[in-house]
Ligand binder design. Sequence first.
Ligand SMILES: [Zn+2]
Length: 251
Amino acid sequence: MGQVYDSVMAPPCIFCDNNSGSREHLWPDWLLKRHTFGPIKMQIGIKQRIIKPTPELKVKTVCCACNNGWMSQLEANNTSIIGPMSDSTPTTLDTAAQTLVAAWSIKGAMMSDSMRGRKGTKFYTRGECLNMRISRTIPPNTLVWIGRVDGKHIANVGTDFTWNDKNGKHLATNCLCTIAAGHFVTQVVSVHVEQPGANIQSIPCKAGNWNEKLIQIWPIQQPVVHWPPKIAITNGGPDGIAYLLDRWRLE
Ligand SMILES: [Zn+2]
């Protein structure tokens, strides 16, 4: 906290006090060995954006000890749950499984947040990241949903967005991360509330039959959930994955 890092020194790992230093693979081996992946095509206005599969992506913000220690353990604990969903196999998640998948999703959101090229600013606080390492604690004001995509993708797409009221008053800063792993997709929204009364449940998003396409797993609402949801997210069109990535962009 409040330390100044010499420009030649690597900043510490986002999850502990070690130097980040090394380059660690973003995606676990178990997932890469299981599938080949296709790109996600997004149309925003007249611009087309293609999110390429990123199996080789390396991260400079996490240390080797975290990657090979608790993060690797979190992968191992999730392999038997996310693995079948990535294959499109129907899966039942009890509260322990929902908690594990939520922690996996937020770990991915924190890594994504640390990799975005904003000058030194991150959304997740140091305390939120340390608590993830120490106890897999999920930050307050965080929602996680899971769904199924028709195609097999691998992507980790994160953005920040601000939430203003209708008079333009700043209510909260939010961080969104969508992770696709094969047919499995998870979406995380975390909110840092800046005005009293700004409630995470009321952040506006694009209209859509989200309740039929996504299952909320955090905060836990049901002791058991059955994946996949009623409606699959398609590769394109109005139920497409691009629309899911864009769910919280209102302007
Ligand atoms: Zn570390």
